[in-house]
Ligand binder design. Structure first.
Ligand code: PMP
Length: 996
C-alpha cells in the first residue's frame, strides 16, 4: 500500500498577501478579511469580501492527486442534484470558467478551489457533548448521505487513503511507533486483535460504496442558536472514497458521539438507530460496527501521534489527539458482545438471536435437565423481593450488609427461597456515584443453607472454576452452544468434563460482608461477555443483557423466577400525557420513574440513587423512620377533622407557637402553602379592610386564585403585572442582576425606597395597603438573601401606611437558614402573619398560618374558617415528628455548617467558570445563577437546563428556577452532608467543563 509520503504532508504555506492575489487574479474577488481554517494537510481560508459575502478558499496539498479533487467536485455536484436542500458546499468557477485553477509557489503547483460558505459553527466548537436529539439528527443526516452516495459511480483507480477503513490495520501498525505510552500501545494491540477476530471473517460480506468518510465534529456545522442544535452543513469532502458503506456510520459514531465521559453504548445509540431507519444496516454491518468504530478512533490517534512527531506545533492536531485515548480506554472496557446486542436492540433487531434458540431448546428438553438443587427444597419456596421498590426493604436496611442479611434470613424463616432474575436490585444502587451502577440481576438465586449440594443440569465442560464460581460450556445439539454459571458455590475439586446430575460442589456460606444469606446464583449465557458472565448488568442496557444472559428458570424446574419487566419511562410518560393535565409540568426531558426516597437520596426503578439537592419538603430526609412510624401509628388510631376535639392539634400548636416570637400565638391549620398564603391574605384584608398588596417582583406564593394574583413570577404567571391593579410589585433586591449592586453600601435602603414608592402610589390612587407579602430569603429567584436592613425599613414603612407584614416561610423556614429557625429572624423583624408549609410535615400535607390574637380576632368578626384536612390528627403527628427529628438530630446546626461549606465551595467554583455568574443564599437554601458571560449577565437558560439534565445523569437532582430558568435552586433535605456538597460541586464542575 502506498500511503502518504510523510515529507509531503506539510500543509501549503501561502502568505495572506499571496492568497489575496490569487483570489483577485482567479476569481475577481477582493478579500476584505481572511481567516485561516484548520486542516490536516491543506491550507484553507474563510474569505470575506468587502460587501460581506463569504466563501471558503481551499489550497490543496500538492501531494493530492488532481483526479481526487475532481472527484470531490463531482460528488458535490451529485449531492446537489440528488437533494438541493442537502447542506453541502458547492464549487464556484474561476474567471476562466474552470473549477480548479492552479497556482505556483516556489516551483510547486497547487490546485485551488473556491467554495460556497455554509452558515453555522463547527460542532466541536459549539458543544463538547452532543445531546441525543442532535445525535439522532446526525444519524439521519449520515443515513441520507449514504443513500445519496449509493448511486454515485466510484472511479476505477483511486489511490489508497490512510483514512480508508480497509487500510486501518496497516495504518495503525505503521504508525504505532509514534505512540510513546505503552498503555496506549496496548489499546491499539487490543483493537487490532478485535478486528482480526470479529471483522476479518465478515469482510467479504460488507457492502461497498462511495462515502464522505469524514463526518466528524470538526466537519459538521450546526446552528449555535438552535435548541436542540440543528445541523446546518457538512464540509470537507477531501476524504471521499470508495470503502465499506458502513464506514460512513463508523466514522460518524467514532468522532461525534463518543466523548469518553458517558457510556459509549448509550451515547452512540440515537445516532445508530436514526442511521438504520434511513439506510438499514445488515446483520454483518451491525456485527462489525463496534470493532470498526474503535479501529477508526485508533487510526485517528496514531495519525495524530505521527503528525505531531513531524509537526509538533500543529495546535489543531494536538487538540484532537488529547480526546482519543480516553475514548479508546473506555471502549476497551466495553464488552464487544454487549455492544453488538445493545446496538442491535436500538435498531429494533433481536439483540441476540441465540437467546430465543436457547430458550426453545430448553423448553423442549426440560424433562432431561437434572435439578440444580434437590427439587424438594424448592417446593413452595417464597420469592424474595429485592427490587428497588420492595416494600420488605425499608429504613435503609439495604445500606448495611449485615442488617440486610439478617432481615432476609428472618423473612425466610428457615425455608428455602428464590431470588428473581432480571430484577433491578436496591442494594447495588451505590449512592454518591457518578456512574450508573450495575443493578440488573442476570441470574436467579436459590436461597438454601450453606453446604447444600449442587448438580450439573446437563453435560458440559468447565470453562472456569474460581473460589466461589463455576462456569460451564454446553454444546447439547449441533450448532447450539451456551453457558451456565454458578456463583456462591464451593466447586468440587478436579472438575473438567461434567455429565448431567454430577455434583458441582456445595453452596458456600455467606461472608460477613455479604448482604444476602447463603444462596446459589444460577445463570445462563448465550455467549461469554469479555470472556465471563457477570452477575449484574446495567439496567440501561437491559434488553442486551437479558439476551446475553437469558432467563434461567428452566434450570430451576421451570417455575417463573423472573421479575416483571418495568414500565419504561417513555411508556409511563405517554400515559401521563393522556390523563394528567400538561400544565402540571414534570422535571426533566426524559424523567426517571422514581420508586423510593431515603434520607438525601431518591431512587429510580432501575436502582440509580440520586443525590437530592432540591426537595426541601423532605426536610429531615426522605422516608424518615420516626415520621413514618408517627404517621402510621396515628393513621391506625384516629384521623378526622379539626371540628372534633383531640389532643394532638393542641399539643402541636403549643409546640409550634413556642418556636415563634411574641405576639405570634394563634395558629390556623391548613393543607398547603397556597392555602396558608390565601388565608393570610384574607386575614390581612379583614384586619386592615384594605385590598392592595405589595409584593417583591417575580416571587411566587401559591396556586389559589387570590394567591396566584399576587404571584408575579414571570415564569409561572407572565400576565400578572398587567392584569391586577391591586398588586404592586417592587424591585427585587438581587445583588447580582438587580439595579443596585451589593457593592453599593446603600443598596438595601435603595431597594426599601421602592416599597415606599409603591405605598405612595397606592395612597395616590386613594386606597390603602392591606399587606406586604414576601419570603425573607427569595426562594423563587433561587435563594437570594435580602440586603441587611431591608425588611426593618420596609416593615416600618408598611406599618406606617396601615398595612400588615406577612412572612412566607413556606420554603425557607424550620431551621434551613442555619443561623436562625425562621428566615425572617435573619432580618431581625417580627411579622404580623407567618405562613408555613412544605417542610412542616416532611411531605405529609400540613401547612399553617400563625398570627397575632388581634388579627385573628378581627378575622373572626367577619367569618368562621373550616378546613377538612387542615391539622387532622395524622398531620399533627407528622408535624410533631418533624420537630422531634430537627431537635434530636441537630439539623439546624448541620444546615449552618454544611450550608456555609457548600456556599464557599460554590463560590470557589464560580471563580473558575465564567458562566457561573453568581452564588446566592444562606444555610441550606442556595442558588447558582448561570449566565452566558459576566459582562452581559444574560441568562444562560439552555445551558442551565442542560446542566440539570447532565447532573441527573451524574447522579444529582437539581433544577433551574427564576424568571429565565437559569438559577439552579439548591435546597436539599437537611441531612445533606459536607461530602454530599463536595459531590454536588464536583459534578457541577464536571458539567461546566464538558461544554454541554
Ligand atoms: N410560597 C412559596 C414561597 C412557595 O415557593 C410555594 C410553592 N412552591 C408556595 C407558597 C405554595 O405552596 P404549596 O405548593 O404547598 O401550595
Amino acid at each position: 500500500m502506498s500511503l502518504f509520503d510523510e515529507q509531503q504532508m506539510v500543509c501549503p504555506q501561502f502568505t495572506e498577501r499571496e492568497v489575496q492575489a490569487l483570489l483577485r487574479d482567479h476569481y475577481g474577488i477582493i478579500a476584505a478579511a481572511l481567516k485561516p481554517l484548520g486542516s490536516f494537510q491543506d491550507q484553507n481560508f474563510q474569505v470575506t469580501t468587502d460587501d460581506g459575502q463569504l466563501f471558503v478558499l481551499k489550497i490543496a496539498n500538492s501531494a493530492t492527486p488532481p483526479g481526487e479533487l475532481a472527484q470531490q467536485n463531482q460528488v458535490l455536484a451529485h449531492l446537489a442534484a440528488r437533494d438541493a436542500a442537502f447542506p453541502t458546499p458547492q464549487v464556484l468557477p474561476a474567471r476562466d470558467g474552470t473549477l480548479m485553477p492552479s497556482v505556483v509557489q516556489a516551483g510547486t503547483s497547487y490546485a485551488v478551489r473556491l467554495l460556497t460558505f455554509l452558515p453555522g459553527q463547527m460542532l466541536a466548537r459549539v458543544t463538547g457533548m452532543p445531546g441525543p436529539a442532535l445525535l439522532s439528527a446526525l444519524g439521519e443526516f449520515a443515513g441520507r448521505l449514504a443513500l445519496y452516495l449509493s448511486d454515485f459511480a466510484p472511479p476505477g483507480n483511486a489511490s489508497a487513503s490512510q483514512w480508508d477503513l480497509r487500510h486501518a490495520p496497516e495504518v495503525i501498525r505503521a504508525y504505532m511507533g509514534y505512540v510513546d505510552s505503552p498503555a496506549h500501545r496496548e489499546l491499539l494491540g487490543y483493537f487490532l486483535a478485535l478486528y482480526d477476530a470479529l471483522v476479518v471473517p465478515l469482510l467479504s460480506h460488507l457492502p461497498m460504496g462511495m462515502i464522505h468518510g469524514d463526518i466528524t465534529s470538526y466537519n459538521l456545522l450546526v446552528d449555535p442558536n438552535s435548541d436542540p442544535l440543528l445541523i446546518s452543513g457538512l464540509i470537507d469532502f477531501g476524504d471521499i472514497m470508495e470503502s465499506y458503506a458502513v464506514g460512513e456510520l463508523v466514522v460518524a459514531v467514532s468522532e461525534t458521539a463518543l466523548t469518553g465521559a458517558r457510556d459509549p453504548l448509550l451515547e452512540a445509540a440515537p445516532l445508530i438507530a436514526a442511521f438504520d431507519r434511513v439506510r438499514p444496516l445488515s446483520d454483518d454491518e451491525l456485527a462489525v460496527l463496534f470493532p470498526l468504530v474503535a479501529l477508526r478512533r485508533c487510526v485517528v490517534a496514531v495519525s495524530a501521534a505521527q503528525q505531531l512527531a513531524f509537526e509538533p506545533d500543529n495546535a489543531y492536531v494536538r487538540e484532537l489527539s488529547t480526546q482519543d485515548w480516553p475514548v479508546l480506554a473506555q471502549l476497551r472496557t466495553t464488552p464487544p458482545e454487549l455492544a453488538l446486542a445493545a446496538w442491535r436492540a436500538v435498531c429494533g433487531r433481536d439483540p441476540h438471536p441465540g437467546a430465543a434458540r436457547l430458550q426453545a431448546w430448553l423448553g423442549t428438553h426440560q424433562a432431561q435437565l437434572h435439578p440444580v438443587v434437590d427439587r424438594s427444597l424448592l417446593a413452595d419456596a417464597p420469592v424474595l423481593d429485592l427490587s428497588t421498590s420492595s416494600p420488605a426493604l425499608r429504613d435503609g436496611v439495604w445500606e448495611e450488609p449485615a442488617a440486610m442479611r439478617a432481615a432476609l434470613t428472618h423473612q425466610l424463616a428457615g425455608r428455602a427461597g428464590l431470588g428473581r432474575y432480571a430484577e433491578t436490585r436496591l442494594h447495588h444502587s451505590a449512592p454518591g456515584s457518578a456512574a450508573e451502577p450495575a443493578t440488573l440481576h442476570l441470574g436467579a438465586d436459590v436461597f438454601v443453607p450453606a453446604g447444600t449440594p449442587v448438580y450439573a443440569p446437563l453435560d458440559g465442560t468447565v470453562v472456569r472454576a474460581a473460589e466461589h464460581e463455576l462456569l460451564l460450556r454446553h454444546a447439547p445439539a449441533p450448532g447450539l452452544v451456551f453457558f451456565t454459571r454458578y456463583a456462591g458455590i464451593i466447586p468440587a475439586a478436579g472438575l473438567t468434563d461434567m455429565s448431567a446430575g454430577q455434583a458441582l460442589g456445595v453452596v458456600a456460606p455467606a461472608a460477613d460482608s455479604a448482604p444476602l444469606p447463603p444462596h446459589l446464583h444460577v445463570q445462563l449465557g448465550t455467549e461469554l461477555v469479555h470472556g465471563v458472565l457477570p452477575s449484574l448488568g446495567h439496567a440501561s442496557a437491559r434488553a442486551a443483557w437479558l439476551a446475553l444472559c437469558p432467563d434461567p428458570s428452566a434450570l430451576l424446574g421451570g417455575g417463573v423466577v423472573a421479575a416483571p419487566a418495568p414500565t419504561t419511562a417513555d411508556a409511563l410518560l405517554a400515559r401521563r400525557g393522556r390523563v394528567v393535565q400538561q400544565s402540571q409540568e414534570y422535571y426533566y426531558q426524559r424523567p426517571m420513574p422514581l420508586v423510593r426516597g431515603w434520607r438525601q437520596y431518591l431512587y429510580d426503578d432501575a436502582g440509580r440513587a440520586y443525590l437530592d439537592a432540591i426537595n426541601n419538603v423532605a426536610h429531615v430526609g426522605h422516608s424518615h423512620p420516626h415520621i413514618t412510624a408517627a404517621v402510621s401509628r396515628q393513621l391506625a388510631l384516629l384521623n378526622t377533622n379539626s371540628r372534633f376535639l383531640y389532643g394532638s392539634i393542641v399539643e402541636y400548636a403549643e409546640r409550634l407557637t413556642a418556636l415563634l416570637p411574641e405576639p405570634l400565638r394563634v395558629v390556623f391549620f391548613v393543607c398547603s402553602g397556597s392555602e396558608a398564603n390565601d388565608l393570610a391574605l384574607r386575614l390581612a384584608r379583614a384586619y386592615t379592610r384594605q385590598h392592595d398588596v405589595v409584593v417583591i417582583d417575580g416571587e411566587y406564593h401559591g396556586n389559589t386564585t387570590a394567591v396566584d394574583e399576587i404571584s408575579t413570577s414571570l415564569l409561572d404567571n407572565p400576565e400578572a403585572k398587567n392584569t391586577r391593579p391591586w398588586v404592586h410589585p417592587v424591585l427585587r433586591p438581587n445583588p447580582f442582576s438587580g439595579p443596585y449592586p451589593a457593592s453599593d453600601p446603600e443598596h438595601g435602603a435603595k431597594y426599601a425606597a421602592d416599597v415606599a414608592r409603591a405605598l405612595n402610589d397606592i395612597r395616590a390612587q386613594g386606597r390603602g395597603v392591606a399587606a406586604f407579602f414576601t419570603e425573607s430569603l427569595l426562594g423563587s429567584s433561587g435563594g437570594v438573601a435580602l440586603p441587611t436592613g431591608y425588611l426593618p425599613a420596609v416593615y416600618a414603612a408598611v406599618r406606617a401606611a396601615g398595612g400588615l407584614c406577612i412572612a412566607d416561610e413556606v420554603q425557607v423556614g424550620f431551621g434551613r437558614m442555619g443561623t436562625h429557625f425562621w428566615a425572617f429572624q435573619t432580618q431581625r423583624v417580627v411579622p404580623d402573619i407567618v405562613t408555613l408549609g412544605k417542610p412542616i410535615g416532611n411531605g405529609y400535607p400540613l401547612a399553617a398560618v400563625v398570627t397575632t390574637p388581634a388579627i385573628a380576632e378581627a378575622f373572626q368578626q367577619t367569618t368562621t374558617y373550616f378546613n377538612t384536612y387542615g391539622g387532622n390528627p395524622v398531620a399533627c403527628a407528622a408535624g410533631m415528628a418533624v420537630l422531634d427529628v430537627l431537635e434530636d438530630e441537630g439539623l439546624q446546626a448541620q444546615a449552618l455548617d454544611v450550608g456555609n461549606y457548600f456556599r464557599a465551595a460554590l463560590t470557589n467554583l464560580s471563580a473558575q467558570h465564567e458562566q457561573l455568574g453568581a452564588v446566592y443564599g444562606q444555610g441550606m437554601y442556595l442558588g447558582a445563577e448561570l449566565v452566558t458571560d459576566r459582562e452581559s449577565k444574560a441568562p444562560a437558560t439552555a445551558l442551565a437546563m442542560r446542566i440539570a439534565e447532565r447532573m441527573r445523569e451524574l447522579g444529582v437532582i437539581v433544577y433551574p428556577t427564576g424568571d429565565y430558568y437559569n438559577v439552579l435552586k439548591i435546597k436539599p433535605p437537611l441531612v445533606f452532608t459536607r461530602a454530599n456538597a463536595d459531590f454536588f460541586v464536583a459534578m457541577l464542575d464536571r458539567a461546566l467543563h464538558e461544554r454541554l
